[in-house]
Structure formats: structure tokens, C-alpha cells
Ligand binder design. Structure first.
Ligand code: MRU
Length: 343
């Protein structure tokens, strides 16, 4: 049964509350854009493409409820509020820009026309994301056709997108192609997207998976038990540097050390050609309680100094290829990304 990450239903936005997974499947109903913004900030929904889709639906929802008299002012406010939720995933800003484009194109007509067009655009972004993931999944399955043991980090699955997933889209497509393989799932401290979400998705799909601590990755690579790594991405810079969940860079360095191919999968909506390199990507710093507490129980002495960057940057030289819905990008990325995005 397909995972329902998010949907537009009867002028409400309904999301699966990912904070409660894998133990409870609870759907949250958002009736206004502020509720959508809180859901993104508080990680009811998370994952770059899913954040983009939710933001687009938040704009459409906010526009629907905006009084005609103050529509333009309210529209700007909606974009500001949603734009402040999380800084790293470029899909958020890509989606807001696309919604602003529709607004600008339709604004000469009536407010009702604009509202309708924004609602249609949000649903188009939703459908396009699923189609893109299915397409990039196929390209990725071709690349990983000989891999028996695949490692992934964080959750880049149906839960992190409108559906099907990016890195897990490659893994779903590989299964659909009839290949036999197993997946090593990094638990992905501190928020445990691997243990809670990826293990849950792969179990639902009956794809053999083994959960490991993040620090077990090197041990398995050293023993020659990992054939390939595939991860998602929150932002791909113009030079090919990639921001993804904290710990991804460590896995990439280990993979290089052991001669293991390291693939990044993501829709072109995750590529930011206006961002020159990884050092220009804003890295979200999240609540230190995510590190000091596990399910509300303190695991560190009170007053301990804590850092909690949610993402890191993998430099382009460590990436074997970037898989998108348009095909596979190989180095040199500086040149090939621009060509890829423009075609
Ligand atoms: O903090 P999160 O859970 O939003 O981080 C998610 C990731 O890092 C994913 O790997 C990335 O967004 C790609 S999702 C297809």
C-alpha cells in the first residue's frame, strides 16, 4: 500500500505526522498556511521535496482564505511565513518562487482566478514530484543493477517526497526490476529518520533491510559488505557540492576510502544553480534537545554544551554521480549540471 505523505483534500492539507512513526499513523489536518508552516518547522512533514510540496499547498491554502481586499498584502505575508520555516532544503524556495510566478502571471485577472490557479499549481507540483521520483528511480536502478548490498542514510523515501522517494525511489525501482539485494539503513542520529522512517518504509515494501548505527558504516565497508551508497539531497550547488542529512559527508569519505560508488538522487527542483558551492548553502541548526534527549529522556548531563547541525555538505569530488528525473549527471559537475538543468 502506497504511503500517503501529504494530500490536498477539500481545501485542507492533510499530512501523515512523521514524528509519531513508526509506532502510530496519525494524519494532521492543516486548515491554514500557519498550520502548514508549523508542520514544516516542527517536522510533522520533512524531506526536501515534501517540504516544497507542502509549502506550495500552504500558499494555495492561504490564498484561498485571503480576503480579496487585502489579497496582495496577505499573499506576500504567506510567502514570508513559509519561507522562514527551514533554510537548507532549496525545494522550499523553488516552490515559493513557482507559486509567486503563477500569482504574477494571473494577477491582472480577478483574485478568484489567481486563487484557482495557485490551487492547480500546487497540485501540479505534487504530481510532478511523484513522476520525477519514478523516473529518477529507473535511472538509478540501472546504475545499481549489480549492487547486492546498498547503504542509505536518513530517509529519502515516499515520506520525504510527494511519493515513491528519491534514494528509496531508486531502491523501489530496483525491486520492481526483480533484482535481489538488501539495504543497510543508517539510523541517522539525532532525529532517527533512518531507524523510524526508512526501516518503516522498507518493511512495508518487504525489501530486506538491516538497521545499523551511523558509526557502523565504516566497519561494514571495511569488511567489503557494501557495494554502493545512495542518498537524497536537500540542495545541490552549481559546482556539484551536495547538502544532505548530517553524517552524509562522513559516509561519502568512507565510501571513497573503500572504493565504493556514492550516488546522490534527487529531482532537479533540488538543484540550486544560483548557489556557487557548498560553502554558500545555509545549514540549519536545530534544537539541541534533539541530541541531549531521546524520546524525552535526557542522555547527557544537564548543562552539557551541544551542537546540532541538521545537514552537512559532501564535496563534489566524492560523488560518483547525481541521479535526477532527467538522467544521470557525471563529473565535471560545474559544467554538466548547468547543461542538465537547462535541457
Ligand atoms: O531534516 P530532514 O528529515 O528534512 O532531512 C531530510 C534529508 O536530509 C533527506 O535526505 C533529503 O531531504 C532528501 S529527501 C528526498
Amino acid at each position: 500500500m502506497a504511503v500517503k505523505t501529504i494530500e490536498w483534500n477539500d481545501d485542507r492539507v492533510i499530512m501523515l505526522d512523521q514524528r509519531l512513526l513508526p509506532h502510530r499513523e496519525v494524519y494532521r489536518v492543516c486548515r491554514d498556511y500557519n498550520q502548514v508552516a508549523s508542520a514544516i518547522r516542527d517536522m510533522v512533514i520533512r524531506g526536501a521535496p515534501a517540504i516544497g510540496v507542502a509549502a506550495a499547498m500552504g500558499v494555495a491554502l492561504g490564498a484561498l482564505k485571503a480576503p480579496s481586499k487585502t489579497f496582495d498584502r496577505e499573499f506576500e505575508r504567506i510567502l514570508v511565513v513559509l519561507g522562514k520555516t527551514r533554510p537548507t532544503a532549496v525545494n522550499l524556495f523553488w516552490a515559493l518562487q513557482r507559486m509567486r510566478q503563477v500569482y504574477s502571471e494571473k494577477r491582472s485577472q480577478s483574485v478568484e482566478v489567481v486563487k484557482r490557479a495557485l490551487k492547480e499549481e500546487a497540485q501540479k507540483i505534487y504530481r510532478e514530484d511523484i513522476a520525477a521520483n519514478k523516473q529518477l528511480g529507473k535511472y538509478g536502478a540501472g546504475l545499481l543493477r549489480n549492487a547486492k548490498h546498498i547503504m542509505t542514510h536518513c530517509n529519502a523515501g515516499a515520506l520525504a517526497t510527494a511519493g515513491y522517494g528519491t534514494a528509496l525511489g531508486v531502491i523501489r525501482a530496483l525491486k520492481e526490476s526483480g533484482k535481489a539485494f538488501e539495504v543497510f539503513v543508517n539510523e541517522t542520529r539525532p532525529y532517527l529518520q533512518g531507524a523510524r522512517l526508512t526501516a518503516w518504509e522498507l518493511k512495508k515494501e518487504k525489501i530486506p533491510a538491516t538497521l545499523i548505527t551511523d558509526s557502523t558504516a565504516g566497519y561494514l565497508m571495511q569488511k567489503g559488505e557494501v557495494d554502493a551508497v545512495v542518498v537524497g539531497c536537500d540542495r545541490v550547488a552549481a559546482n556539484g557540492d551536495v547538502a544532505n542529512k548530517i553524517g552524509t559527508y562522513t559516509i561519502a569519505v568512507l565510501a571513497r576510502r573503500h572504493g565504493i560508488p556514492f550516488y546522490v538522487a534527487g529531482p532537479t527542483s533540488s538543484i540550486d544553480v544560483d548557489c556557487a558551492s557548498g560553502k554558500d548553502i545555509p545549514i540549519e541548526q536545530r534544537d539541541v534537545k534533539e541530541v541531549s534527549h531521546i524520546f524525552g529522556k535526557a542522555v547527557a548531563p544537564k548543562g552539557t554544551r551541544i551542537l546540532n547541525p541538521a545537514f552537512d555538505v559532501t564535496s563534489q569530488d566524492l560523488i560518483t554521480a547525481i541521479i535526477t528525473e532527467k538522467g544521470v549527471i557525471h563529473p565535471p559537475y560545474q559544467q554538466n549540471i548547468r547543461t542538465h538543468v537547462c535541457h
